[in-house]
Ligand binder design. Structure first.
Ligand code: NI
Length: 175
């Protein structure tokens, strides 16, 4: 298996609500590639549309940061059903390189999801894991961290965003 190319802000699939997974056969290669890509890019989460795959799947590995509990996950067809509290984190995103933004999100969530075999779960998450999950669920709904901040904050990074978008589109067109 191997790392794939991460697509950047400006590409259309990052702005689309991804398709639900209905067939749980043959997902292993894709999921392995998602982990490989995330590790190669030093990320802690990656959504399938970030490698240009239109499916509701994301992977998380926060084991470098959190020592307690289960910290490596694959989530499929996620749906956040309840939220509580609020927390702030300075977030980055592999699809919006070199941009960091303070994002406010609920601190505790309940999420329905399936695992790679299709088995259904409903679980509560908090702490860093809850934040990373919400960032990745945003991706699968076509949202990015820049949508989570006030317009005034985006002014400061407008040039940066435009240059990411132009480079991203040029790269896509050159293929
Ligand atoms: Ni991201």
């Amino acid at each position: 298996m191997s790392a794939r190319e991460v697509i950047h802000y400006g590409r259309t699939l990052l702005r689309k609500k991804c398709e639900p997974v209905r067939d749980f056969n043959d997902l292993d290669d894709l999921i392995d590639d998602m982990f490989d890509t995330m590790y190669e890019e030093n990320g802690i989460g990656l959504a399938a549309n970030q490698i240009n795959v239109d499916l509701q799947i994301f992977v998380v590995d926060i084991s470098d940061i959190e020592e307690e509990g289960e910290n490596i996950h694959v989530f499929i067809n996620p749906m956040i059903t309840e939220t509580e509290g609020e927390s702030w984190l300075n977030e980055g995103c592999l699809s919006v390189p070199n941009v960091r933004l303070d994002v406010k999100r609920p601190s505790k969530i309940t999420m329905d999801f399936q695992d790679r075999t299709g088995k259904k779960f409903s679980k509560q998450f908090d702490g860093l894991l809850a934040t990373v999950i919400q960032h990745e669920v945003d991706h699968l709904n076509g949202n990015l961290i820049i949508d989570r901040v006030h317009e005034v904050e985006k002014i400061g990074i407008k040039k940066e965003l435009n240059s990411i978008k132009e480079a991203s589109r040029a790269k896509a067109n050159s293929k």
